[in-house]
Design a protein around this ligand. Structure first.
Ligand SMILES: Nc1ncnc2c1ncn2[C@@H]1O[C@H](COP(=O)(O)OP(=O)(O)OP(=O)(O)O)[C@@H](O)[C@H]1O
Ligand SMILES: [Mg+2]
Length: 244
């Protein structure tokens, strides 16, 4: 099902609205306010609640290209972190453990990496890690590091591949990363490396790490670009406001 903005609304729920807000916020993030990205741009939003690829042709012209069919990338890192006995949230701890790990020790699939769409799926990865760890309890520190590195690789490979494919297909001049998972060094590096090796013309915009999860900064930036003077006499308080 698509709505009047051309966005897929799987169940007609407000999920997509939250996603679009994330994207609008990310594009208007304070870090990009001084060097505005050129359109068209491709945005990858990777957080605890979202994994979305979005094409933005101009301010207000937003097309959702695809997203996760199940768990978000950050959500899967958090669930796998718990399986590995790492503290919550798993993402930053998996990144830290990965630095001492060997990503080639375990081969986890990057789900949907060869599908000809812009969808993602991460829930199977959690099941694969669960199965792998069953026979290795208790997990040694080096095994936790190797599992972390292998999982991180599986997730990053598919995120980078599909985002760069979208950037090429739609002739993106800018590529924008946002959401908590965008704080991941390996993800940031791999985007830069792959974009360079594939001679992608698009310029990459990534928020400073401390702002990747900062909803307040994003909402403030969105408000800045949407600012309109409204007379207070026209404001109407509605105590039973609801969203459908
Ligand atoms: N360095 C990192 N590497 C990988 N993942 C990370 C890193 N830092 C944070 N994360 C992940 O980012 C997620 C949190 O991001 P964020 O706060 O943007 O999401 P959220 O608020 O849960 O979701 P949303 O805003 O989409 O509703 C967590 O899943 C966390 O594990
Ligand atoms: Mg958030």
């Amino acid at each position: 099902m698509t709505d009047n903005r051309g966005l897929r609304t799987d169940s007609g729920k407000t999920e997509i609205t939250a996603s679009v807000e994330s994207v609008q916020s990310a594009i208007r993030h304070p870090s990009s306010a001084f060097r505005p990205p050129a359109f068209p741009l491709i945005a990858l939003i990777v957080s605890g609640g979202h994994t979305d690829l979005i094409l933005i042709k101009n301010h207000g012209s937003i097309e959702w290209l695809g997203g996760t069919r199940d768990d978000a990338a950050g959500e899967s890192l958090d669930k796998i972190g718990r399986l590995l006995g790492l503290p919550y949230p798993g993402g930053p701890h998996i990144e830290q453990a990965s630095q001492r790990g060997d990503a080639s020790r375990f081969t986890f699939p990057s789900p949907l990496i060869d599908s000809h769409d812009f969808d993602f799926s991460f829930s199977g990865l959690k099941t694969a890690v669960f199965r792998e760890t069953q026979t290795m309890q208790p997990l040694s520190y080096s095994t936790i590091c190797d599992l972390s590195a292998s999982v991180q690789k599986a997730i990053i490979d598919v995120l980078v591949k599909k985002t760069l494919t979208a950037a090429k297909q739609f002739g993106a001049k800018s590529l924008l990363l946002g959401g908590g998972v965008a704080a991941n060094n390996k993800l940031r590096e791999q985007f830069e490396l792959e974009a360079r090796s594939q001679k992608l013309g698009a310029k990459i915009f990534v928020p400073p790490k401390n702002l990747c999860t900062d909803n307040a900064a994003m909402i403030a930036a969105t408000a800045f670009f949407n600012y309109q003077t409204v007379s207070w006499q026209k404001l109407d308080a509605n105590p039973s406001l609801y969203f459908n």
